[in-house]
Write a protein that binds this ligand. Structure first.
Ligand SMILES: *Cc1c(COP(=O)(O)O)cnc(C)c1O
Length: 413
């Protein structure tokens, strides 16, 4: 049964490759042009590798934007997905379902938080977190509703999460945005203190800024923010959409800073490739009453059963520690590259959320040359290249990626 399915998939891929449809050309006619895409149509993936419609193979150090934590089509993901697809896919939240409750229990057991709400994406998780903080402000903080966030942050593309995202390029096209958001400098506790007033209900931060360029804050920043929140009686929301599920070398990044958030959001790695998000909260903060928040698709049996399987795999195989070890190996290799090439002036990040900084805006060019040489990496900023491979990447994969990068940089000289 499985073998014949595999054969059918292969045939389908071959047909796609053989067909003379120009997919990018067609896309340009029928799809909204909101993305700056690479000139490649991906048709298949397995483990650390993907293939395009010409049959070209790539080593994937992008992982569907830090999503495919177990690589492409991992048997744990595929089996959970197919088994649940043959059992029960969607019920709405008018009923109890087993996978949703199992996932919530697992998240509560493995984090410092007590309650879970499951949705479909990172932006939606952050929307929910903001709504919960505002509800808390209304009931417990005399109607406080303002949320302080940081410059260079990224929290999503809905209107409220765009207002939370402290980057002008995302906000400007949509002004006026929902009010109640204050953006201040990252890793700067004085800026947070100065922006806090009697209408502030929460501070929302990424433990490491991902889309903003892999920015690691000062070691004591999160602790200082936590202390400030305690002093003011306001909430700390950690957006762990990118840093969560082992990405930085612990299951959740907050564990490395000796603090606990009141609310935490997850998404990217949570489903190992399927669309899912979640926000979690401490019991005393969870002031929602029935009817005050909801979702049709969120927490459906299909994606929850995959997330349960992924999370169990990550925990049972101590993938977080693997990430710590391989991440350190990767950092050492990148530092050697930095010593060899003057154009690299920084290596930053934690675990397998890493970036190199260049002394000029060359990251797009380097990324395109890596693509040509069969390596997927991301030009997160004009002067920074980001590495977010699947968490199952080995030393050997790192060697191959660094070898390609080395070759590309040598040829650019
Ligand atoms: C990707 C990301 C989001 C948005 O997630 P979507 O699933 O694209 O809505 C929010 N916060 C952080 C930190 C992210 O990296």
């Amino acid at each position: 049964m499985r073998l014949s399915m595999k054969l059918k998939e292969k045939e389908k891929v071959q047909q796609l490759s053989a067909s003379n449809v120009n997919w990018p050309e067609l896309e340009k006619k029928v799809y909204m042009q909101t993305f700056k895409r690479l000139p490649v149509t991906l048709v298949r993936g397995s483990g650390m590798k993907v293939w395009d419609s010409n049959g070209k193979e790539y080593l994937d150090f992008f992982a569907g934007l830090a999503v495919n934590c177990l690589g492409h089509c991992h048997p744990v993901v595929v089996e959970a997905l197919t088994e649940q697809a043959n059992t029960l896919i969607q019920t709405s939240n008018l009923f109890y379902t087993v996978p949703q409750t199992q996932l919530a229990e697992l998240l509560v057991k493995t984090s410092c938080l007590d309650r879970v709400f499951i949705c479909n994406s990172g932006a939606e998780a952050n929307e929910g977190a903001i709504k919960l903080a505002r509800r808390y402000g209304k009931l417990k903080l005399n109607g406080a509703y303002k949320v302080i966030t940081t410059h260079e942050s990224f929290h999503g593309r809905t209107l409220a999460t765009t207002a939370a995202t402290g980057q002008a390029k995302f906000q400007e096209p949509y002004i006026p945005l929902p009010n109640g958001f204050v953006n201040v400098d990252y890793s700067n506790i004085s800026a947070i203190k100065a922006a806090t007033d009697e209408l502030t209900c929460a501070i929302m931060l990424e433990p490491i800024q991902g889309e903003g360029g892999v920015n690691v804050p000062d070691d004591d920043y999160l602790k200082k923010v936590r202390d400030w929140c305690n002093e003011k009686g306001i909430l700390l929301i950690l957006d762990e959409v990118q840093t969560g599920i082992g990405r930085t070398g612990t299951l959740f990044a907050y564990e490395q800073y000796g603090i606990e958030p009141d609310i935490m959001t997850l998404a990217k790695g949570l489903g190992g490739g399927v669309p899912i998000g979640a926000f979690l909260s401490k019991e005393n903060v969870t002031v929602f009453k029935p009817g005050e928040h909801g979702t049709t698709f969120g927490g459906n049996p299909l994606v929850c059963s995959v997330a349960v399987a992924v999370l169990n795999y990550v925990i049972e195989n101590n993938i977080s520690n693997h990430v710590k070890v391989v991440g350190q190996y990767f950092v050492d290799k990148l530092k050697k590259l930095a010593a060899k090439y003057d154009c690299i002036n920084e290596v930053r990040g934690k675990g397998l959320l890493l970036a190199i900084g260049f002394n000029a805006d060359i990251s797009e060019d380097v990324m395109l040359k890596c693509l040509e040489a069969g390596l997927l990496v991301n030009n997160v900023k004009p002067n920074s290249l980001r590495f977010i491979p699947p968490l199952i990447a080995t030393d050997n994969d790192v060697d191959k990626a660094v070898e390609i990068l080395d070759k590309v940089l040598k040829e650019r000289k």
